[in-house]
Design a binder for this molecule. Sequence first.
Ligand SMILES: [Zn+2]
Length: 189
Amino acid sequence: MRAHQLDYGPRDALLVVDMQNDFCEGGALAVAGGNALVAGINAEIAAAHRAGALVVATRDWHPVDHVSFAHRGGPWPVHCVQDTEGAAFHPDLRLPAATIRVSKATAFDADAYSGFDGTGLAGYLRDRGIGRVIVCGLALDVCVRATVLDARREGFDTVLLESLSAAVDPDSMAACRREFADAGAEVRP
Ligand SMILES: [Zn+2]
């Protein structure tokens, strides 16, 4: 686990991606190592909050029979159905009251991996004067990856906290790191 948190300021937004029950051990689409991230992410949230940074928590928030589910021809088992226990944030995740919650992939017919996809988040962060986005959460090679790349596309300085993220396929990490470097995102171990 990381011993020190990043230095945060009021122009920073910490994006905690999809720390939901279904993506942690015991969930419908569990990522190995998900539960173990919670303590470190809580420390990061606390540091960001203390420094006046924005804390944003994204969540996968699907209708029943969402297009990404296997029985609809999609790649994933049923997961993160709106208002179910599986879609709830991890019970030990400590989100300050002021946390901005962002729900994504809420339409029947479209999936969204990135916290910026169809949510209006980029414009909101710009309106709030945010210049740098710091990303952690699940899953590194899916929704975290898409969120990091979109953050760069939207012109934010972007930092990925790699030790506060876990991948569905750990073998994909080398390719992800290359993509992040090519996009100009900083990867902190
Ligand atoms: Zn999903």
